[in-house]
Design a protein around this ligand. Structure first.
Ligand code: KIV
Ligand code: ZN
Length: 526
């Protein structure tokens, strides 16, 4: 064991064999998590950011699952140039054709087809015999190869599959043309030693194993997804499937940021190379959390609010003498910067534009004019304006292009009065107003909204975060609405928590309206 300290584990020279391919499935397996739905614009934003971070493969969706998924794969395919864009497909030929159609515009594309191979899944879920499943593996991979040379095959519930049968299916998939073989731990059941042994066993026993890249895909039901992924790589896998913040069904998938920082920080024991620029990690984490409304727990490794906070006196003392005493990674290495004071109410338009450009926002003249006006309003209300405030402000503006727009809100509330909200909205260019009461100001605001825009959607989540510190901080509110099995997340930011709440609810309603137009032909799960 080396006595490692901050940033000193210089990666040793890595051969092509030590290059680990990063396959991000935030937009597919991550989005399958109940309540984590994202709209097209959000998926495109995340896809661009994943590409910017250096992700090798972006799984953009499950093309046949819904029109929304098809559109997401298709639109991501149009804007992504460097990364490979991938769509999931079951073994049926229609699934594969739909995936190929969605991926048609992609510069570099991959079809990812899968079928269950464990006895349990074959018998109860598929109700197919092992011989029929084997034939489906061959047929699906052969069919996918007609559309692209880059075909991944996954043995769903692979870690609970009989070893002889797993080897037969893997050999058949490679023979049919699969270039990547993924053995998922679908139910998060594996232990690290066992997982490594399974990869070794398959690679040793399958005669054509050397013709494919092996891949890990671990779920986190026992909290072992990252450990299992790293164990798989140690055993010879060279692709890791993961999601930002570990987003995913149940306990989630292996977290990209944890795997990547483990490889980087312990490169002495994990001597692998990836293409990831780690300084993008914080940005991606915040983006995914904000879009899905899934808060990151404070003590979450790498991206939690406390991950780099050293409050205990003894730690602080050590840190002041030498950062390496308690810090094994620097905050800068994951793109975490001190909140920087941006500017005050006297800052000019030119400086504001420059600041936006530095933060990666390129706004047209009209949008810039609007953002600058909002910035001035904010600076009037809030003494210090930080980078995070500017991000919240621009995000809020991007969301503003909708059927229903917020105009104004006046609230009466207190310990001795019935709370009431007087709300004015702009619905398709026409101003409407309602005054409603409720059990507190938030309830009154939402009741006024329901009266102005009647709907049956159920409120599943209402969450408030402060964008920065201090009582004058902007509130960042998330609202989740569910209607007919569809869920949407809305967000809104303002120095007034109630205005932010109204904006978040309105944002969710606007998304719901878009979602209603795109009805899913079949709801599928992988
Ligand atoms: O967990 C799983 O088995 C999957 C497959 C579809 C790859 O997500
Ligand atoms: Zn999965």
């Amino acid at each position: 064991m080396t006595t490692n300290n901050t940033e000193t584990n210089t990666p040793k020279e890595v051969s092509a064999n030590d290059r680990v391919v990063v396959f991000d499935t935030t937009l597919r397996d991550g989005e399958q998590s109940p309540g984590a739905s994202m709209n097209l614009e959000e998926k495109l934003r995340i896809a661009e950011a994943l590409e910017g971070m250096g992700v090798d493969i972006i799984e953009a969706g499950f093309a046949i699952a819904s029109n929304g998924d098809f559109e997401a794969v298709n639109e991501v395919s149009k804007i992504i140039g460097e990364s490979i864009v991938c769509s999931l497909a079951r073994s049926g030929l229609a699934d594969i054709e739909r995936a190929a159609e969605a991926l048609a515009p992609a510069k570099r594309k991959r079809i990812h087809t899968f079928i269950s191979t464990s006895d349990l899944h074959m018998k109860y879920k598929l109700q197919m015999s092992p011989e029929d499943v084997l034939q489906a593996v061959i047929d699906s991979v052969t069919h996918a190869r007609k559309y692209t040379d880059d075909v991944e095959w996954s043995a769903e519930d692979g870690t609970r599959t009989d070893h002889d049968y797993l080897c037969r299916t893997v050999e058949a998939a490679i023979k049919a043309g699969a270039t990547t073989i993924n053995i998922p731990d679908t139910v998060g059941y594996a232990m690290p030693n066992e997982h490594a042994a399974m990869f070794r066993m398959v690679m040793e026993r399958v005669p054509n194993a050397h013709k494919a890249v092996f891949s890990t895909h671990c779920h986190n039901d026992l909290g072992l997804a990252v450990a299992n992924s790293l164990a798989g790589v140690e055993a010879g896998a060279r692709q890791i499937e993961c999601t930002i913040n570990g987003l995913g069904e149940r306990a989630g998938n292996a977290a990209l940021e944890e795997i990547i920082m483990a490889i980087r920080t312990r490169n002495d024991l994990a001597p692998y190379d990836t293409n990831i620029d780690t300084t993008n990690i914080t940005k991606l984490s915040r983006m995914v959390s904000q879009v899905t409304g899934f808060a990151v727990q404070n003590n979450k490794a790498i991206v939690g609010a406390n991950a780099f906070a050293h409050e205990a006196g003894i730690h602080q003392d050590g840190m002041l003498k030498h950062a390496g005493t308690y810090e094994i990674m620097t905050p800068e290495s994951v793109g975490l910067k001190e909140s920087s004071l941006v500017m005050g109410k006297h800052s000019g338009r030119h400086a504001f534009r420059k600041k936006l450009q530095e933060m990666g926002f390129e706004l047209g003249d009209n949008a810039l004019h609007d953002a600058f006006r909002r910035f001035k309003d904010l600076a009037d209300k809030k003494k210090d304006v930080f980078d995070e405030d500017i991000v919240a402000l621009v995000d809020d503006q991007i969301r503003g292009n909708d059927h229903i727009k917020f105009v104004s809100l006046n609230i009466v509330c207190g310990s001795n009065v019935v709370a009431s909200a007087d709300l004015v909205l702009d619905v398709d260019g026409e101003q409407v107003q309602n005054k409603a009461t409720g059990d507190g100001p938030v309830d009154a605001t939402f009741n006024a909204l329901k009266a102005l825009f009647p709907h049956t959607a159920v409120l599943q989540l209402y969450q408030v975060h402060a964008v920065t510190e201090g009582t004058d901080a902007q509130a960042d509110v998330t609202v989740r609405l569910a209607e007919d099995g569809k869920t949407v997340n809305g967000a809104g930011a303002d120095t007034d928590t109630l205005v932010a709440s109204a904006k978040a609810y309105i944002n969710a309603l606007n998304k719901l309206m878009v979602k209603r137009e795109k009805t899913a032909p079949q709801a599928l799960s992988a």
